[in-house]
Design a protein around this ligand. Structure first.
Ligand SMILES: Cc1cc2nc3c(=O)[nH]c(=O)nc-3n(C[C@H](O)[C@H](O)[C@H](O)COP(=O)(O)O)c2cc1C
Length: 331
């Protein structure tokens, strides 16, 4: 029997497949289906500090407008005492998922202020999350802000959180850092137990009729996995923290490549939204089959065996490949 287990963020996972934050993990029913299909852990959708503030503002506005009403209406409580806001609903969901599933549950947080990251991070830890994923979705558009200042935002955030959070912390990063290996090393030194490579930035679109800017979300394509595989291969032997791959993992071959490159876990989202939670079982079955065919005894045996430091041609992950790729094109 092939051992599919892997270590991720200090957690022993029964296999490397982890459904990432998405509407699927927002539903207890779908979370159960994911576990039944063999998912090794799940990452809940992000709790957004911004939307908690927005909700609070709306509520304040509503309460304020009520307070300006008639004298007789002053004792009237417009908000029921059992009213639950976004944070309460998130914590309830985390609690239900934790008590219904046997696999680890990773909470995800998208903050905007230092106090938000810290306070909500603590709430998620206290509610029983097995690990905390920081979804730092930051578009650095300020010309006054240097690359180093942008990097320091991440480092300071992690340093602050690491003092107060005693569950593993992983950071979901964008691919847009000048020196990815250096950035990941600094995150490791600042207390990160893992990084998730890479967040997908959704590009807003211009509506040609209204000239308004409209949000635009497209699910990923398998092609996107190559960027993740390359970076995992490049940094695997340079850091000790856990590496998860996210973005474009739709088929077993690409999952295998990420593991060969050195991923500890492979996140799945678009493929499961497209094909349903049960597809996780199919991917696992194909992974097992490939390991058998190629005479591996375990996932751990193959993990990192084609990382840059172990690859037959290490330079192929770096610049030399650029010239070869361009020259290989036939018109
Ligand atoms: C509808 C939708 C909702 C998502 N919500 C979140 C979220 O709340 N937090 C987060 O970190 N990522 C979120 N993601 C990103 C996914 O977790 C994943 O990292 C990304 O889609 C790339 O993986 P994929 O190629 O397997 O889809 C979302 C993606 C989709 C499509």
């Amino acid at each position: 029997m092939i051992d599919l287990s892997t270590q991720y963020l200090g957690l022993k996972l029964k296999n490397p497949l982890v459904p990432s934050s998405s509407p699927l993990t927002a539903s207890l029913d779908d979370a159960r289906r994911l576990e039944d299909a063999g998912a090794a852990a799940i990452v809940l959708p992000s709790l957004f500090e911004e939307s908690i503030h927005f909700e609070q503002k709306q509520l304040d506005k509503y309460l304020h407008s009520q307070a300006l009403g008639n004298y007789e209406a002053e004792s009237f409580q417009p908000v029921p005492s059992d009213y639950k806001g976004e944070l309460d609903n998130y914590l309830d969901h985390l609690h239900h998922v934790k008590s219904s599933l046997n696999i680890p549950v990773i909470a995800s947080l998208n903050g905007i202020s230092t106090s938000g990251w810290i306070d909500f991070g603590k709430e998620l830890m206290q509610a029983g999350a097995d690990a905390l994923e920081l979804n730092v979705y930051y578009v650095a558009a300020d010309p006054e802000q240097s690359g180093e200042q942008v990097e320091n935002r991440y480092i300071e955030l992690l340093t602050d959180l690491d003092k107060l959070i005693n569950i593993p912390i992983t950071m979901k990063l964008s691919s847009q850092f000048s020196s990815m290996a250096n950035m990941v090393t600094k995150l490791q030194t600042s207390g990160a137990n893992g990084v998730v490579l890479f967040n997908r930035f959704y590009q807003p679109d211009i509506d040609l009729e209204t000239l308004g800017i409209k949000p635009h979300l497209e699910l990923s394509s398998a092609e996107e996995s190559l960027l993740r595989i390359r970076w995992i291969a490049l940094i695997r032997s340079r850091v000790q923290l856990s590496l998860a791959a996210t973005g474009g993992f739709h088929q077993t071959d690409d999952i295998i490549k990420a593991l060969l490159a050195g991923a500890d876990a492979v996140y799945l989202c678009s493929v499961l939204l497209n094909k349903g939670p049960e597809y996780c079982a199919k991917l696992l079955q194909q992974l097992q089959h490939w390991l058998e065919e190629n005479e591996y005894e375990s996932v751990q045996q193959m993990q990192g065996s084609v990382s840059q430091s172990c690859a037959i041609d290490p330079a192929a992950y770096e610049h030399s490949n650029y010239m070869n790729v361009i020259k290989s094109y036939r018109h």
